[in-house]
Write a protein that binds this ligand. Structure first.
Ligand code: BMA
Length: 367
């Protein structure tokens, strides 16, 4: 065999070998973090999808702070499998997050959820370090450039990250930090957050992500995080990776997409969301990443068959690890996305979670 023919032969052999398990972007990730990542790939392989909700055990319709409670459990007998939380406010040294959840209470609820076998994901609606205004400050242009290049804002942002890291490190279960899917700077392609596309260049966003992740990993030695990237809906799927910080910085390809309008827009919502998720899951496969439907819901769930006729129709055959619906606010009667006691769609919700491939909390092995 001529040299180059031999080389091609060897290469073709190499390419036939399946690429091994996906590696986390944090090469120093703790064994528990690696195990969780593997576990999530296992669900995808088995065509199972974990069901999640934001703030599920912290409060719900008409209650707050009750032990071992979630609206979902009241309705169905089971907590969710994925528990979403938000650390907005931790950067200021506040005692409570932006929605009134006390951080010590949140830590306790996270540990309980983890003990039940639950999966923890955390978002962060942090204030703008430049203006001091909320996450929804979209009137301060180029905030990211100021954070990265102006010393006083950089110092302030580092302090935010120090406080964030302290919380991650305080999530100790049986002597070890428990693993968390961290989903920072979400919905960045929209323009409602200070880190959004309306106010910052593509390159600045990527730099903020990389800076943040490097700071957490290298400066603060935080190694219990799986990093999730989650743009909001995009008219054209080619835009999905526009602000992507790179395969070496991301572990989960997420997507946030809400249903507005109920029945009248349902068919279109199902079709468009499926198209997007198809693209995301295909991309995840190629890049050896996990895919997830990181936020969705129909506010007040005002469509009778929403769970089976919309949500399940979108996800049933998608290789995504989980789907998460947003919170049931205790102080805003029309701001809820999960099942709630006495709601007309509860029967449909039970039907949805009775699908064999939908995993709720009580189908998980406790730790
Ligand atoms: C939004 C709303 C807000 C909340 C924020 C962070 O979608 O639910 O009320 O403050 O998420 O949880």
């Amino acid at each position: 065999m001529k040299h180059y023919t031999y080389l091609i032969f060897c290469l073709s052999l190499l390419m036939a070998i399946p690429v091994n398990a996906a590696k986390l972007s944090d090469r120093k990730a703790t064994p528990e973090t690696k195990a969780l990542y593997r576990q999530l790939f296992g669900y995808v392989k088995n065509k199972q999808i974990l069901f999640g909700q934001q703030d599920a055990t912290a409060y719900g319709i008409g209650w707050k702070g009750d032990a071992d409670k979630s609206d979902m459990k009241t309705v169905s007998g089971s907590h969710p499998a994925v528990y979403g939380w938000d650390l907005g406010g931790i950067e200021k040294g506040d005692e409570n997050n932006l929605d009134g959840v006390n951080f010590n209470e949140m830590r306790k609820l996270i540990l309980e959820a983890y003990q039940r076998g639950g999966i923890i994901t955390i978002s962060w609606h942090l204030i703008n370090p430049v203006s001091g205004l909320t996450a929804w400050d979209n009137k301060t242009p180029s905030s990211i450039d100021s954070i990265l290049n102006v010393k006083k804002y950089n110092d302030k942002y580092n302090l935010f990250l120090d406080r964030l890291s302290a919380f991650f490190k305080s999530l100790i279960y049986e002597g070890k930090p428990l693993p968390v899917i961290f989903r920072p700077f979400h919905e960045h392609n929209a323009d409602w957050f200070w880190w959004g596309a309306g106010q910052n260049s593509v390159e600045s966003y990527k730099q903020l992500w990389r800076y943040t992740e490097n700071y957490l990993k290298k400066t603060k030695d935080v190694h219990n995080l799986i990093y999730a990237y989650s743009p909001d809906k995009i008219p054209d799927h080619e835009k999905y990776f526009e602000r992507y910080p790179g395969d070496e910085y991301v572990d989960v390809l997420g997507f946030d997409c809400y249903h507005f309008g109920g029945e009248s827009t349902a068919t279109e919502f199902v079709a468009k969301t499926r198209e997007m998720l198809k693209y995301i899951t295909d991309s995840a496969k190629k890049r050896h990443k996990l895919a997830a439907f990181t936020e969705t819901g129909l506010e007040t769930v005002n469509q009778n068959d929403w769970w089976t006729g919309v949500l399940y129709k979108i996800i049933y055959d998608m290789p995504i690890a989980y789907v998460l619906v947003w919170r049931n606010a205790y102080d805003r009667p029309n701001h809820f996305y999960g099942p709630t006691p006495n709601h007309p769609t509860n029967k449909d919700f039970i039907k949805f979670i009775n699908n064999q491939n939908i995993i709720t909390g009580n189908k998980l092995k406790s730790r």
